[in-house]
Design a protein around this ligand. Structure first.
Ligand code: NAP
Ligand code: F7E
Length: 365
């Protein structure tokens, strides 16, 4: 009988962790995820998986070596996907030390947990690296040979992660690789990343629940893909015959302004842009109202403004299709999801309000 595939996912409650769990379960893996204690419910993205026979959760923290050594020893994984991170670039300017501890030293802790448990010959490790390493870009588009120039505390921490993975690969002959993933989004994307912030606001504005969306740098260029397509690539990287690093991107670039224009269009609002820089506004053509404005609050001390990935190597060596979901499809599916979500939240709050009113009037017990 073939050995069982056992995956351990750090960051299982995140956008990518939830899609990767579904993907690996569909491939017959036993999937284990690391969660941390919180006073609020943060397990929304994996709630539908809890109770699945092959899906298990364990408490541990990327800042706590002992917990990682214990969980790796207990699970005996054949593959580790290290997705856990403080992943918000702007937040990394506010919490640089925490970001370094989780995103840099955390990678080292995982590698050492594998060595401590003597699993270095049997356990393959995927590290969630990032296009943010290219930072203040030195060439476009960016590929595996483009020099790095990290441009935020987040990127500097992730650079350590990239190099320590490479070091352990060479020093100890471990099968550990970095996927240099460009931005990937979805209906599960955190609500403060620019794409989800836009799709949620477009839905709220279209349904009369919000007046205006405030954004930062509208000229910033990103290569946006669909998270569900990207988790397949994480797996493909670990199935490759040799441990290597790969750029994962669509090869297509758009500005934040273009994303907003298309998202509002799908929400039924056509935008006209007027003004420049901090004075730029997105105006609803039909009503003449300003529905998008710029706020300095969302400018970063240093911003990465020209990310554009070249996925040729992943296409050739992994047989991965970078255009499974196009930019247009991605924006449409996110807006469709958020239009329903905003309508449902409204319905839920109506039920809640009615219930409160009924209770107050003694109509229900
Ligand atoms: P995400 O939604 O922000 O999820 C991050 C995950 O890390 C969450 O499960 C979070 O747990 C967990 N985490 C944070 N600190 C932790 C700690 N101290 N101990 C244990 N777990 C901790 O991120 P994502 O978009 O899925 O991205 C996954 C990975 O890919 C991250 O490493 C990110 O930096 C990297 N990446 C993302 C992109 C992208 O465009 N999405 C591109 C390139 C690279 P809680 O739920 O408890 O907070
Ligand atoms: O910003 C600009 C902002 O926060 C994209 C993470 O998953 O991808 C993500 O990092 C761009 C930036 O993502 C707002 O200045 C304008 O230029 O959505 P974001 P990010 O910084 O690219 C990489 C690959 C990762 O590895 C990270 O983990 O949009 N922008 N106005 C704004 N950004 C935000 N968040 N909010 C705004 O209002």
């Amino acid at each position: 009988m073939a050995n069982k595939n056992i995956a351990l996912i750090t960051g299982v409650t995140g956008q990518d962790g939830s899609y990767l769990s579904e993907f690996l379960l569909s491939k017959g893996y036993e999937v284990h995820g690391i969660i941390r204690r919180s006073s609020v419910d943060y397990r929304e993205r994996i709630a539908h998986l809890e109770g699945t026979p092959n899906f298990h959760l364990h408490y541990a923290d990327m800042g706590d070596s002992m917990s990682l050594v214990k969980v790796v020893g207990k699970v005996q994984p054949t593959e580790i996907y290290n997705l856990a991170a403080q992943s918000h670039v702007q937040v990394s300017f506010d919490s640089p030390e925490f970001t370094a501890d989780v995103d840099a030293t955390g990678v080292l802790r995982i590698l050492e947990a594998v060595r401590t448990n003597h699993l270095e010959k049997t356990c393959r490790i995927y590290q969630a690296s990032t296009s943010e390493l290219y930072g203040k870009v030195e060439e476009v588009p960016q590929n595996e040979n483009t020099p790095f120039h990290p441009y935020s505390p987040y990127a500097v921490a992730k650079l350590y992660g990239f190099w320590i993975i490479k070091e352990y690969r060479e020093a100890y002959n471990m099968f550990c690789c970095s996927g240099i993933l460009f931005n990937h989004e979805s209906e599960r994307r955190g609500e403060t990343f620019v794409t989800r912030k836009i799709t949620l606001a477009a839905a709220r504005i279209a349904q009369g629940k919000q007046d205006c969306l405030y954004l930062g740098n509208l000229d910033s260029l990103r290569d946006w893909g669909y998270a569900k397509d990207y988790v397949e690539c994480m797996w493909l990287i670990l199935q490759h015959d040799k441990p290597e690093d790969f750029v994962i991107a669509t090869g297509v670039q758009h500005t934040v302004r273009e994303f907003a224009t298309l998202a509002f269009h799908h929400a039924g609002i056509e935008l006209r842009w007027e003004g420049e820089g901090i004075n730029e506004k997105g105006i609803d053509v039909k009503t003449g109202r300003t529905v998008v404005a710029v706020s300095e609050d969302f400018y970063r001390p240093t911003d990465v403004v020209n990310l554009w990935g070249d996925p040729t190597k992943a296409k050739k060596e992994l047989g991965w299709n970078p255009q499974t979901t196009t930019f247009e499809q991605l924006v449409a599916l996110m807006v469709e999801h958020d239009m329903k979500k905003v309508a449902a939240d409204e319905a839920a709050s109506r039920v809640h309000t009615n219930l409160a009113e009924y209770l107050e009037k003694g109509l229900v017990k």
